[in-house]
Design a protein around this ligand. Structure first.
Ligand SMILES: Nc1ncnc2c1ncn2[C@@H]1O[C@H](COP(=O)(O)OP(=O)(O)OP(=O)(O)O)[C@@H](O)[C@H]1O
Ligand SMILES: [Mg+2]
Length: 504
């Protein structure tokens, strides 16, 4: 019958899987397969069931019905142990390695290299092997560096190398580039292609359609727990619009066109802000109703600057003014009282109370790290409902504890929370990371509305289209300094990229 040399080897076959949680059918008769040496992309709206699926494959959850065939064995469910034995390795977005030890040690932690030899394993052997692994993958990584001192992208590389050190048959990457620079996304894509060429089957989850189109040999679209369609690169040219339509269930406009509204006078000023001894102080002003984009590479200091303005990061100097009045907050509570809000990048860590229901998380303004104090605003449920609807937050009810929501929906709750607070200056750090294409548009519309109503938004973003379509002006941060300011008519990709490099 078939030509065996042409027919690829199927290493994973998932049939009629269903997984129910109270009030939610996360997966509904879902089918999925994976061949040796292919990258199979998985896309879908926030809450579509992507993470649930990979948790079934890694043995973290058990399906209600269905079966999983892998490497010739068929199972009703997998346990973490069985999944590992069968060669499944998963890199979760939240996966946090041991911060205080080196990259190399993290990579080999829990592997034979350490287990069997315990104290005798030489640090040298480990770093050598880590270096070899990194080299094979075409990346440069300081394997000696303490994990927490690595850039977010390098930390992610360490996680991937750690999974690879186990020599997996199936490698699962759940939104691996969420915290990445454009340049590093390219590296991940190269790396994944290389891994698959060596015969590993890769399951790749991403919200960025361009990224998934670039990396995936096949793409399966998941909607409400069902496989809607599977596309094959060899048989067709992927169409982003079609993919988005299948994900959402109706056509969506992938290019956001902002409705421009007039901006007012300067109302907010950051004067001589210094958070790094060696860097020139930072000064900039923001107008009423303005969206000020903040561009720069990861590690350039953008998040630290935002947190310093918010009083959540140590300042070496500098003042903050609102309508000419010095309001320099020394902690986040003062910042909130002065009408400043910060939507942090690591939203799950310091933005939410995981054990509290959705509505509490929206109506309560929690203060990260300081923790104990928070302002309860106790406003009407109506407004709360409105934001849940506007942002299309997928939850069985407002009473659902936040930890049961999908990653992207948790992030939408953080956005709703700050909108609800009705602040004057909204600082947002990578506001749409992890959010699906449709919800992105909703967020852009909300930001546009807010700006039109006179709020000012300072938007840190690494997404070019987002920076370009929303910003009235852009400041570019490099090494904790402003390297360039772009006026509206100067905003384009080329100018932004040249600002990253420090060009003027
Ligand atoms: N432990 C759980 N308990 C209850 N419900 C859950 C649990 N985990 C997930 N869910 C629900 O299952 C559905 C699918 O969630 P899942 O995390 O798989 O979505 P996702 O496609 O990964 O979305 P995202 O893009 O936001 O990460 C959601 O409605 C979510 O609220
Ligand atoms: Mg998820």
């Amino acid at each position: 019958m078939e030509n065996k040399t042409l027919e690829k080897e199927k290493i994973l076959d998932v049939k009629n899987i269903s997984k129910e949680f109270p009030g939610v059918k996360a997966l509904n008769n879902f089918n999925f397969d994976l061949y040796k040496g292919e990258v199979h992309g998985l896309i879908g709206e926030n809450g579509a069931g992507k993470s649930t699926f990979i948790k079934l494959l890694s043995g973290a959850f058990q399906p209600n019905i269905g079966e999983i065939t892998i490497s010739g064995e068929t199972h009703k469910y997998l346990t973490p142990h069985v999944a590992r034995r069968l060669g499944i390795q998963t890199v979760y977005q939240e996966d946090i390695l041991v911060p205080g030890i080196s990259a190399a040690e993290n990579i080999f932690l829990g592997t034979e290299l350490i287990d069997s030899k315990k104290f005798f394993v030489s640090y040298r052997t480990m770093t050598d092997q880590a270096n070899t692994l990194a080299e094979q993958m075409g990346i440069t990584l300081k394997v000696d560096e303490i994990y927490e001192r690595l850039s977010p992208s390098d930390q992610q590389f360490v996680k991937i190398l750690k999974a690879l050190a186990q020599k997996p048959k199936v490698l699962i990457l759940d939104e691996p580039t969420q915290a990445f620079n454009v340049k590093d996304i390219g590296l991940v894509i190269e790396m994944v292609k290389r891994i698959s060429k060596e015969g590993v089957g890769v399951i790749y989850i991403a919200h960025d359609l361009e990224e998934i189109i670039e990396v995936a040999d096949r793409i399966t679209v998941l909607r409400d727990g069902r496989a809607i369609n599977t596309h094959d690169k060899k048989l067709e040219k992927y169409q982003p619009d079609d993919l988005a339509k299948e994900m959402i269930g109706r056509p969506v406009d992938l290019f956001f066109k902002k409705k421009e509204s007039p901006v007012g006078d300067y109302i907010f000023e950051v004067r001589d802000l210094k958070i790094k001894e060696s860097a020139k102080p930072i000064s900039f002003r923001v107008r009423e109703g303005e969206i000020l984009g903040v561009a720069g590479l990861k590690g350039a200091g953008r998040s630290e600057i935002a947190r310093a303005i918010f009083g959540a990061y140590r300042k070496l100097g500098g003042k903050i003014f609102y309508k000419g009045k010095n309001i320099t907050p020394s902690n986040p509570i003062q910042a909130v009282k002065s009408g400043i809000a910060l939507l942090t990048e690591s939203k799950k860590v310091d933005g939410l109370f995981m054990g509290l229901p959705v509505d509490h998380n929206i109506t309560v303004v929690g203060i990260d790290s300081i923790g104990k104090l928070f302002l309860s605003l106790g406003k009407e449920r109506k407004l709360c409902n409105e934001y849940v609807n506007k942002l299309n937050i997928k939850t069985p009810s407002l009473n659902k504890e936040i930890r049961f929501l999908s990653g992207g929906n948790q992030q939408k709750v953080v956005i709703a929370k700050w909108l609800f607070k009705g602040v004057n200056i909204l600082i947002v750090d990578e506001p749409t990371h992890g959010i699906d294409v449709n919800a992105k548009t909703e967020v852009y519309e909300l930001f546009t509305e807010l700006a039109a109503s006179g709020k000012s938004i300072i938007m840190i973003s690494s997404e070019m289209p987002e920076l370009i379509s929303l910003s009235d002006r852009i400041i570019i941060i490099r090494n904790y300094e402003i390297s360039k300011v772009l006026e509206k008519n100067e905003i384009n990709e080329e100018n932004i990229l040249s600002g990253f490099m420090g060009g003027n």
